[in-house]
Design a protein around this ligand. Sequence first.
Ligand SMILES: [Fe+2]
Ligand SMILES: [Fe+2]
Length: 238
Amino acid sequence: MSVIDHGRTVADLVVERPGRTRVFEQLGIDYCCGGGRSLAAACAERGLDAATVVAMLAAFEGVTGAEAGDDRDWSQAALGELCDHIVSEHHGFLRAELPRLEGMLDRVVRAHGERHPEMIETRDLFEAVAAELDVHMHVEEEVVFPFCRGLDAGTVPEPPALEDSIRAMEHDHDVTGAALARMRELTGGFVPPADACNTYRATLDGLVALERDLHRHIHEENNILFPRAFVLAGVAAA
Ligand SMILES: [Fe+2]
Ligand SMILES: [Fe+2]
């Protein structure tokens, strides 16, 4: 069994056991864009006691089955298989959820925008993120993932083409992560106010699910797919 200690990076702990994202989501610890920090640094940033968090992770070690969530270790799969998983699970989820939530946010703003102007900013941020993700997923599917699939077969693209396209994707992830954090801040942690109607509540629930899936999605790209592509292509990590 592996050793969980606070000197390891958050990303490393999640790559080893993806179900640990449940603990990190519960505690608000960023494991995707900010996954390169040690667990100790991530806990300090959230004002959490690292020893307590290590104990929570240790307690999760005994959790199996549905309780553990999707716990597949993608660090051992072929890159093409990981790309297929990302497209079908995460891009598919976004293509269904982004238009649905956009329509719901519009309705919430029309009905509640005057009393809750924070929802106007949330809607505007969401629209910008949705438009950017649409282009982003297209670039991944048409440019970046074909490079990764080729690497499985030993086809190494020109390093600048691979590296530039992956760095652009990582930059987009940072922008998306910051927008999600701002939406969480604006809505007080996606908690509905006392006067929220059912659509308002369902919209905030939808944003929580979107945030959770995007964290997992970005983690699988930033911390597993892209580093493995760089190793196979012989590109030094940044
Ligand atoms: Fe993606
Ligand atoms: Fe991405």
